[in-house]
Design a protein around this ligand. Structure first.
Ligand code: F6R
Length: 282
């Protein structure tokens, strides 16, 4: 696992977009797994800039979104369909038949979810999955629970997620209480994963995931510790609790910390926890 600690949200977004752009340049027909929410907006803005100013080419890129609210039509401004069009797809040269987002209006939920996973398989699986993380440790809409579903499914949103997401709606009552989401297995089968976290509200969950060294279904994002090619990009606010713990622990266990000069001045900290087994260090 490779962990970057960037000075702020803008640097985090630039780092994330650069990594995605490098992946696209290396494999123009890459299958990207995409997330919504506040965190990746800066990354999408930066990818749009790279498309406009540097000719980053999305013409062969395939995308699969993690999730969509259930019961919401694509034209609804709160839908993740709308979000993706607005923040990314309307501004790049991706072809619409290469874009996949769960259909929040499907009536045949079980069949639909199976079909979504089949479709991912048809393209050879996800090459690179972008993730945000909920304050309660959810990824996609895989909420903390006694057990976690492996495949794409209809998920019931937790109270804390409904509360957190109410900022995008007029009131908490308007937030859908269900969503179609890729399951933990679908996410973990991605060849590479990149998790972004920004702001103090994520500091506590990030410190827990990265320092306790164990996986638990009560923190779905902790499953990422089992994946062999994960990059985590944090800003200093999201890393503030983790930094103090990792500094205390120093180089104990298999944690390797490389401090790039200039961290105080806004450079980045690169912490290599475990090299990707593929030998490709993101
Ligand atoms: C969105 C998604 C969610 C968000 C998470 C964090 O597609 O899958 O898991 O990544 O809720 O959301 P923000 O970025 O708004 O804090």
């Amino acid at each position: 696992m490779q962990i970057y600690i960037e000075k702020d949200y803008s640097q985090l977004s630039k780092r994330a977009a650069r990594i995605i752009a490098d992946e696209i340049n290396e494999k123009p027909d890459i299958v990207l797994g995409l997330a919504t929410g506040s965190t990746p907006i800066g990354t999408y803005n930066e990818l749009v800039r790279m498309h406009r100013e540097e000719g980053l080419d999305f013409s062969q890129v395939i995308t699969f979104n993690l999730d969509e609210y259930y019961g919401i039509a694509p034209s609804n401004k709160q839908s993740y369909h709308y979000y993706m069009q607005h923040h990314l797809f309307d501004h790049i040269n991706i072809s619409s038949e290469n874009v996949h987002i769960p259909d929040g209006k499907t009536k045949e939920v079980e069949e639909y979810c199976l079909m979504y996973d089949e479709e991912i398989k048809k393209y050879g699986g996800i090459d690179f999955q972008l993730l945000g993380v909920g304050e309660n440790g959810h990824i996609g809409f895989n909420e903390p629970d006694g057990e976690l579903k492996v495949l794409t499914h209809l998920s019931k949103l937790s109270e804390s997620t409904i509360k957190a997401n109410s900022r995008f709606f007029n009131s908490q009552n308007e937030v859908p209480d269900k969503a179609i989401t890729m399951g933990l297995g679908s996410i973990m089968q991605s060849k590479k994963i990149m998790l972004l976290a920004s702001g103090y509200s994520k500091a506590s969950i990030i410190a827990k995931i990265l320092t306790e060294g164990k996986t638990t279904t009560s923190i779905p994002a902790s499953s990422l510790l089992l994946h062999n090619c994960v990059t985590v990009i944090l800003d200093e606010e999201a890393a503030c609790l983790y930094k103090s713990v990792s500094t205390r622990r120093g180089n104990s266990r298999d944690l390797q910390i490389t401090r790039n000069s200039g961290f105080e001045k806004g450079g980045s900290n690169v912490i290599t926890y475990k090299e990707c087994q593929s030998g490709h260090s993101l």
